[in-house]
Design a protein around this ligand. Structure first.
Ligand code: SAM
Length: 252
């Protein structure tokens, strides 16, 4: 069994710490202290895994754990840093539970960043970035990614398109059209990272929005099949196709 597997059962926490080094001490947040002591019943000497999003994964040891305070010491690096592929998700805010689900699935499926997008038919026009970022951290802890998916501030579709770099492809998921199926489009040589996957709101794009997106030179309109999917299903389906073709799911 590899050393990586030996550590698989250890608790894993996101601990922002610039350039960790062996024997360095680090105080955890109150929430993490509470979690280690009261939820997981950890004690001094117990080991855990920590990551800061840029320095790989480290083995650490608990040096002190009390009601409000937990102190850990870095032991050794056990994984080198690997970043998620340059895949952005652009999606409209939907009801809280469904949007939380979208954040979690985008993170698990390895998106680098999540851009909430306000479209004409977007019903929810505000997002709590801090709460969503905390969800992305929790998801990174759980799914063992080494970086944390960034939550970007809400933008209108128009503002996003106006600021979109020319070298970023835009996988434009559009229902009820003759758009080609997503897989063959992703398999074409010119479809490369970096890219963004655009999913519309519950009510879909307006004809004007669809026209505006399709007119972008970066746009690759695609179909996700003959059924109309909920936004959260469309997101998971599209990201799966991207990861399995040009992302970080090796095929050989
Ligand atoms: N209200 C719209 C309708 O009835 O036509 C459906 C919108 S759907 C719930 C939300 C988004 O998921 C769409 O804007 C699109 O981006 C994506 N989507 C859903 N089904 C799709 C499909 N079969 N092909 C491509 N995209 C799809």
């Amino acid at each position: 069994m590899s050393a990586e597997n030996d550590h698989a059962r250890l608790i894993r926490l996101f601990v922002p710490q610039e350039q960790p080094a062996a024997a360095q001490l680090c105080e955890l947040s109150e929430r993490q202290a509470h979690y280690l002591r009261n939820v997981m019943r950890c004690a001094v000497g117990d080991r855990l895994r920590v990551f800061d999003g840029t320095s790989g994964e480290w083995l650490a040891e608990i040096k002190e754990v009390s009601k409000k305070k937990a102190l850990i010491s870095f032991v050794e690096q056990i994984r080198e840093q690997v970043n998620s592929p340059d895949i952005y998700v652009l999606a409209s805010p939907v009801k809280k539970e469904a949007f939380d689900f979208m954040i979690e699935k985008a993170s698990e499926l390895g998106a680098k960043a999540f851009q909430p997008i306000a479209c004409a038919r977007t019903v929810i026009q505000r997002v709590n970035e801090d709460r969503l970022q905390a969800l992305a951290v929790e998801s990174a802890e759980q799914c063992e990614r080494l970086d944390v998916m960034r939550i970007l501030p809400l933008k209108t579709l128009k503002d996003f398109l106006n600021s979109m770099p020319l070298d970023k492809k835009l996988i434009f998921c559009i229902e009820r059209t003759q758009a080609p199926m997503i897989l063959p489009r992703l398999q074409e040589a010119e479809t490369k990272l970096p890219l963004a996957v655009l999913i519309g709101p519950e009510g879909g794009f307006t004809p004007e929005e669809a026209e505006m997106v399709a007119a972008m030179p970066q746009a690759i309109p695609v179909s996700l099949g003959p059924r109309i999917l909920r936004a959260e299903t469309a997101l998971a389906a599209a990201l799966t196709c991207v990861q399995a073709t040009i992302g970080d799911w090796p095929v050989k």
